[in-house]
Design a protein around this ligand. Structure first.
Ligand code: NAD
Length: 315
């Protein structure tokens, strides 16, 4: 199973390393406009292979994407301190428009996995380009709130003193400022969060809930303030998504995809829990949200739709 990564910067290279650690592919091809960078990252990761798993890691050009099962897109600028993800739209959309046709030319059957920000709108633009080549929407996946969901689960796990793999909680909506934490349906071992906390004698009051909510929502800003970029979390999320596709795992992950109707807003690309297989997105789960979460999701969808529409009218 061959996997391509276009954009061998911090996120792309970390994703490649995580794919090797997870053995989620047999071959990884790194492509970057900065060829020296792609060569260097491929060599560095290849030198880890004897300690990890037998995966070929090479740098290459678009023709080397032939037969890829998945092509991950991580090319583009990242947020600088004080910038929101939406601020990157103009610059990264231009990059995307130049690379997606090249990917499709050589790997028309691959699943396109978008991670560049603002990921929801760029996933929609990618889906539009793919559609013009007859590629179905289900084959274009945005990493969306996969990372935010992981942040939510890890913080809940730490606070509630439980392995975060047993925490079932989703972040949905925009991968960005308007994202929605689905507190009302979160559970641990089938037990609602507040009841779990009560049984374990751990305080989970409104101020703790609000503090966790804030830490999830503002995680990227905080990390960027401290070290300039985020890449381990998203690198792992990408490797997980790649594994689900290459192994046809039918896993549930909160990825971004063009959605017909969400809280009355039509055709918006947004994250919801979706079943993913080797063929891409198979289905979307319908959640029993609280009225407040539904209203937040409506606001998130509306804001994404407005950004996309205003991009479309000026491009
Ligand atoms: P980076 O600057 O380290 O790497 C970006 C790479 O893209 C560079 O190596 C650059 O040369 C390359 N590139 C630029 N234009 C290109 C082109 N036309 N063709 C091929 N390669 C090209 O940035 P990064 O930290 O790796 O971030 C990459 C993107 O991922 C950013 O948009 C960032 O916001 C996003 N990101 C997304 C998430 C998420 O959850 N989806 C999380 C973190 C970062």
């Amino acid at each position: 199973m061959k996997v391509g990564i276009v954009g061998a910067g911090l996120v792309g290279a970390t994703a490649a390393y995580a794919i090797v650690m997870r053995k989620a592919a047999s071959e990884v091809v790194l492509i970057d406009v900065n060829k020296k960078r792609a060569d260097a990252e491929a060599a560095d990761i290849l030198h880890a292979v004897p300690f990890l798993n037998p995966v070929d890691v090479i740098s290459g050009d678009y023709e080397d994407l032939r037969d890829c099962k998945v092509v991950v897109i991580t090319a583009g600028v990242n947020q600088k301190q004080g910038e929101s993800r939406i601020d990157l739209l103009g610059r990264n959309a231009a990059i995307l428009i130049s690379i997606v046709p090249n990917i499709i030319k050589y790997a028309p059957k691959s699943i396109l996995l978008m991670a560049t920000n603002p990921v929801d709108i760029l996933t929609q633009i990618t889906a539009d380009i793919a559609d013009s080549y007859g590629i179905h929407n289900s084959k274009v996946i945005g990493s969306g709130t996969t990372l935010d969901t992981a942040r939510f689960r890890s913080l809940l796990g730490t606070h509630l003193e439980i392995d975060s793999q047993h925490v079932h909680a989703f972040v949905i909506g925009e991968h960005g400022d308007s994202e929605v934490l689905t507190w009302s349906i979160a559970d641990i071992g089938g037990i609602p969060l507040k009841e779990f906390a009560r049984q374990r004698n751990i305080l989970l009051d409104e101020s703790i809930i609000s503090s966790i909510d804030d830490k999830v929502r503002n995680a990227a800003y905080k990390i960027i303030e401290g070290k300039g970029a985020t890449y381990y979390g998203i690198g792992s999320a990408i490797s997980k998504l790649v594994e689900v596709i290459t192994r046809d795992n039918k896993a549930i992950l909160t990825v971004s995809s063009k959605t017909k109707n969400i809280e009355g807003i039509e055709n918006v690309t947004i994250s919801l829990p979706r079943i993913i297989s080797g063929n891409g997105i198979v289905d979307t789960l319908k959640l029993e949200l609280s009225e407040m979460e539904k209203a937040e999701l409506y606001r998130s969808a509306k804001s994404l739709k407005e950004f996309y529409d205003s991009y479309k009218t000026t491009n």
